[in-house]
Design a protein around this ligand. Structure first.
Ligand SMILES: [Zn+2]
Length: 96
């Protein structure tokens, strides 16, 4: 995992366009897809059940969804951070 200091550095990295990486990286939202019969169905941001977690984000006006591959909200948060780091790397490369 990337050290948090490097992550903050990358997120605040100013691109030649004047934007920071964080300002143009997509905002990734975690949500749960509840199993049939889950008592938290209806609340897609519920952190208490162990139903499958997914990510969604919008880029260039298009909505993307991806399985987080975990049932733990905490683990999804960690993966989300890694996904953001991945975007940061892509943006770095695109602006080199
Ligand atoms: Zn659930």
């Amino acid at each position: 995992m990337m050290p948090i200091r490097a992550y903050i550095y990358c997120a605040n990295f100013v691109l030649p366009t004047g934007d920071t990486v964080l300002s143009i990286a997509p905002v990734i939202t975690i949500f749960g897809r509840h199993a049939t019969g889950c008592k938290y169905a209806g609340d897609e941001f519920c952190k208490r059940c162990d139903c499958r977690k997914h990510f969604r984000w919008t880029k260039d006006g298009k909505q993307y969804r991806q399985k987080a591959g975990t049932r733990s909200w905490e683990e999804a948060e960690e993966l989300k951070r890694q996904l953001l780091v991945y975007w940061i790397i892509i943006l770095h490369l695109a602006n080199e």
